[in-house]
Design a protein around this ligand. Structure first.
Ligand SMILES: NC(=O)c1ccc[n+]([C@@H]2O[C@H](COP(=O)([O-])OP(=O)(O)OC[C@H]3O[C@@H](n4cnc5c(N)ncnc54)[C@H](O)[C@@H]3O)[C@@H](O)[C@H]2O)c1
Length: 462
């Protein structure tokens, strides 16, 4: 059942009689319909009335309406205005440009702009690598989307994707001091996307592809990696894979199983699942069984595209066929990046002893975590209201910080694995247990540790 959260936080301005019981009546009315009050401010006080701002969390837009209606029903109470705090922080967008140089007089102007700037231009024309030293390229990443697979909202297009991309840029800045800028493209044509990113690349030291639907995302990333001399990273793939590999290392430590002896079921072989499988294969598990909407992936299935063909070639050693439920029997680990409510406690009971269940479909996981806990030893989800949240923000800011610091031209799986180990290390030690396999997204140690690990991996010659 959803709990009231800050994603649906509203401030309701109400006028009420100045009686001794007014505050109690108002807060009880909110509580009666399940709202959670986070602030109560008297903004005006008169002989005949008080005006109060009640800020509270709801579970949905409909629930916010119910809370408002509950207040309106109180005798003598009038609702003046309802502000949705999430919409308020989006007014005019979440980002702006600040100048790093002062322009106080003609001297400053001559250095920051013409004629002085011309000498800097010529230095870069002579030695293009100087762009990293003398321009914003040094610290800037493009967050590129076509709006085709935005959160769980689907293909909502570039303009509607912009608030998510702005949010991503804010996270880059907050956690790793990376200047990221959203680029939302008004095309979903693979060739056009690739050509556009190629054309804008000179100003950036890295490209973060975001919310581009599978299977198009695989080709776009692969071709851009070939064409560009800066790292290209699709966060929905590799950010997820890094955090899953980190969490799995610690989960298996909790249950005392070596990864090399584990049978792992990965349900969902889209952007996230394919990247998770590819990164996990470096760890040489006993076997991985991939499952998608059409069942277990095996070479003879007859409906495989090139991505699934390559997955089939490296997984499912015994050529097993069947459903997710078949795959789960005897499995040590379940990793779900697919769809909500695919199985229950009965299927977890068929898994091996001390099973690990990562049910990451958002917002509703493959199995209710409380059901999974009946038989699994460690459970993780993508949600912030349960322990063990698998969240890409643990990875991408530090990954790009490390790439930028190393002046990296490419990104490799060794860098991704180094990032995973760094995240796992931050949580490891005497802190890990079944409810703590990954650090908090607000743990200030994570991004610097990931950055350093990636920087080292990027500057180490194999
Ligand atoms: N950190 C996280 O928690 C995290 C990160 C990435 C993705 N996710 C979640 O994982 C899910 C998938 O994301 P994606 O970007 O890879 O999507 P995608 O569309 O690229 O892939 C979805 C995959 O799930 C499979 N699938 C769909 N319905 C299924 C069913 N009923 N049974 C089995 N397989 C089914 C599809 O066949 C496909 O392989 C989403 O819910 C997303 O929010 C969570």
């Amino acid at each position: 059942m959803p709990v009231p959260g800050p994603g649906y936080s509203i401030t309701i301005r109400v006028e009420a009689p100045p009686s001794a019981s007014a505050a109690g009546d108002l807060t009880s009315a909110v509580g009666r319909v399940g709202g959670v009050i986070t602030a109560f401010d008297v903004v005006e006080s008169h002989a005949d009335r008080v005006v109060v701002d009640i800020t509270c969390n709801a579970t949905s837009a409909e629930h916010a309406n119910e809370i408002t209606a509950g207040l309106e029903e109180l005798p003598g109470v009038a609702v003046r205005k309802v502000s949705d705090r999430t919409f308020l922080i989006h007014l005019g967008g979440k980002l702006e440009v600040h100048s790093k140089v002062a322009l106080r007089n003609r001297d400053d102007l001559s250095r920051a702009y013409t004629p002085g700037v011309a000498r800097v231009c010529m230095a870069i024309a002579k030695n293009p690598e100087d762009a990293r030293r003398l321009t914003i390229k040094r610290n800037t990443v493009a967050v590129v989307t076509d709006g085709s697979a935005v959160l769980g909202l689907g293909n909502i297009g570039p303009a509607a994707a912009l608030p998510v991309m702005e949010g991503k840029a804010v996270l880059f800045k907050k956690f790793a001091d990376v200047d990221a800028w959203p680029i939302v493209l008004d095309t979903q044509d693979t060739d056009e996307i690739i050509r556009t990113v190629e054309l804008i690349a000179p100003a950036y030291a890295g490209i973060n592809l975001e919310d581009i639907a599978a299977p198009r995302c695989f080709e776009i990333e692969a071709r851009l990696r070939e064409k560009l001399d800066i790292p290209v990273f699709h966060d929905d793939q590799h950010g997820t894979a890094i955090v899953v590999v980190a969490a799995l290392r610690n989960a298996l430590k909790v249950v005392g199983k070596p990864l090399e002896q584990c049978k792992i079921v990965v349900c969902g072989v889209g952007a996230a699942g394919s990247a998770i499988i590819r990164l996990l294969l470096h760890k040489k598990p006993a076997d991985i069984i991939a499952v998608d909407i059409n069942g277990i992936v095996h070479a003879e299935r007859g409906d495989l595209d090139s991505n699934l063909e390559s997955i089939a070639a490296h997984t499912n050693k015994d050529g097993m066929s069947g459903s997710l439920h078949d795959a789960l029997v005897g499995a040590d680990v379940f990793i779900g990046v697919s769809a909500p409510n695919l199985f229950g406690a009965a299927q977890v009971a068929t898994m091996a002893k001390d099973a690990v269940v990562f049910a990451l479909a958002n917002p509703d996981p493959e199995i209710d975590p409380l059901e999974a806990q009946q038989h699994a030893a460690v459970v993780a989800t993508g949600r912030s209201d349960y322990p063990n949240q698998i969240n890409n923000v643990l990875a991408f800011p530090g990954v790009f910080r490390g790439l930028l610091d190393a002046h990296a031209h490419t990104i490799t799986d060794s860098m991704l694995l180094a990032a995973a180990d760094a995240i796992a290390d931050v949580a490891d030690g005497d802190r890990i247990n079944a409810s703590f396999i990954v650090p908090s997204v607000f743990d200030a140690a994570v991004a610097p540790a990931v950055a350093e690990a990636v920087r080292k991996a990027a500057t180490t010659k194999d």
